[in-house]
Design a protein. Sequence first.
Length: 561
Amino acid sequence: MSQYLELDTRWIEYGLLKRRANYSPIICFETTDPKRLYQLKSYLLAKVKPEGYDHLYVFDPWDGLGKLEGTPGSHQVTPHRKQVGSSALAQRIYQDGGTGLTQMKAVLREMDDYLKKGKTVFIIQNVSEHREQETGFQACLRAWSIDPALITKGSMVLVVTADVDAILDEFTKELVVVVQVDPSSQQERETTIVRTARELELGLESSEVAELVVSTAGLNLHQLESVLLESYYQTRRFDLGTVKLLKSELVKQSGVLEVSDPRHSFSDIGGYDVIKAFIRKYIINVLRYTDRARRFGLPLPKGLLFFGPPGTGKSLFANALATEIRLPFINLVTENIYSKYLGESGQRMKSAIRLAEKMSPAIVFVDEIDRFGKRGGAFSDSAGEETRRVFSQFLEWLGKPDREAIIVGTTNVPEHLDEAFLRTGRFDYKIPFLYPGERARLDVLSVHLGLTPGSRKTRVPLTMSEADAVEFLRQEVVPATRHFSGAELEELVTRAKRAAFDRGADALDRRDFLEAARSFRVDHQEREQTIRRYVEHARRFTDDQAFLDAVEEELVASSPA
């Protein structure tokens, strides 16, 4: 049996069902995977042609018009030729005794007769753009979609394209059936991994197969096979780390998504104990014990909004959350969404959402989520319309009840967010990140010196014992760093290291820390205003009163006197 017939055929069957139900004789399959095209042709030869179809034709802009022949998995397209007619047009198209039809307009006119006179399948592939005035492509599809003769004969036109929006306008899309083809299902990835390993004579344990199936989610079948082969030729096996790296490179080519294994855990984050406890209780535990949550009818968390001043660890927390719940970390690169070309921003957003969902469950990180703007505004030009379209797409994604991606958004300016983002049901929890208090600052400094058990930070050489170092930090450094952010505390440790390095010392001592603390200037008056502002934001946006009380109590040392 052809390997293509072993794949999931539901996308093909769905399109054919719509044809039999007379929704439209035009079916558009949206996919970039060449293996899906081979699968479609194998299916047509094996399952559709025996149903009495007279001809299966294929048109490719490069190869021209041909006839699909052969057997499933071993098929070929033979060029379509006919006798040279007497008309000048025929003479131009079929010179030298007859050549393949390559001009789209001529192909469509040629196929018009076949589709109306006999039960015919016509596949149009690799069409990414067209000039309507020269080809009449959309006008032809619109005419075929309602032609009684074509419908009565049972003929159908199957368009395989990477982007339906690029080749069809809204009017034409209303007259055709659009099927978005999944990149790959879990079962298909398992089948492909096992088959490829068998062909390469590789032995794989079931646990290795399971890890590879999860790690390659979001790849289409062609990409999956290519990644496996490249890993094999590099390492002579299906190395999980190599496969993940190659997948990350493929996803990054989209320009709007980046995927990586998270690098941090809660052990790498000093302080913020109240936030850690809250996230463990209401998010991590629910995601870890999904069966128990389902028994209670408890919905899985779908979105978190982190807000607070710059440098307070919002991005770090999002990365650590992915580690704690063992999920991939996907970064939505918001600055690359918007384009100067009309319609391209919306297409990029649609592609990003679709790909992120195929790789989920995962943490989808959206830094500076306020970039999406607001629904309203004074913009009436095309750029403003594009912004609103992207906003609406993202908002719709946030509100989808079946969304598998866990969206973690961050913002420094929550007051700039549209009210729709803050409405219950979009983000499960809205969590404030304020400047760390005294105990939290000690924890942050200890982490960056490598003194915290479980942290991945390298232990910094010190002239004092660990206990003396912690006590020195508590007594001397912590009071001098009031209103410092987590990022500034990390920079202070770096400056202390630099001071020790510059004086040729083998280890840090007290003077290095004190010198760094004295030279690091922070505008305390401005910080106190910032704290007051974000405390007000927290009281406005955070709807869990007990959590809010605990946060304010933990951070009271950072509040103005």
